[in-house]
Design a protein. Structure first.
Length: 133
């Protein structure tokens, strides 16, 4: 049920951006397997539920980057990068790459690779790592 998913997403994004004051949130596994979520449908949902301060809303395939550009300067991306494996049967596997730097900070820029682990049920040789988000 789409409405249930939207309510869950709204709750989770509210917790991240409002309660935890996050600068950015990166989503993966958005939409149907093999198809992703259509860009216009994704933007429609996000526009209805995101705080206005989240000005970068980049959705590509199964990945979505949500960034507060008043607090983070985007140096590169968000953009799809890949392939993520040398296996010729999986050339379509990509990630979403973003490079950001905190505005007003001397800290080095941060590179973010938004990628999901393959399901351990379908690929027993690759298991998710504990603590990965």
């Amino acid at each position: 049920n789409v409405e249930n998913h939207v309510r869950t997403l709204q709750h989770d994004l509210n917790e991240a951006f409002v309660e935890m004051n996050a600068d950015a949130v990166f989503l993966c596994e958005c939409g149907e397997i093999e198809f992703g979520l259509q860009w216009d449908r994704c933007m429609e949902i996000l526009d209805a539920i995101l705080p206005r301060r989240i000005t970068c809303r980049r959705h590509e395939a199964h990945y979505t980057a949500l960034i507060d550009e008043a607090r983070l300067k985007i140096l590169d991306g968000p953009a799809l990068k890949g392939p993520m494996t040398p296996n010729p049967a999986h050339q379509y596997r990509v990630c979403q790459y973003t490079k950001v730097q905190a505005i007003g900070s001397a800290a080095e820029p941060i590179e973010i690779y938004n990628i999901h682990c393959p399901s351990p049920n379908t690929n027993k040789s690759v298991l998710p790592h504990e603590g990965m988000l």
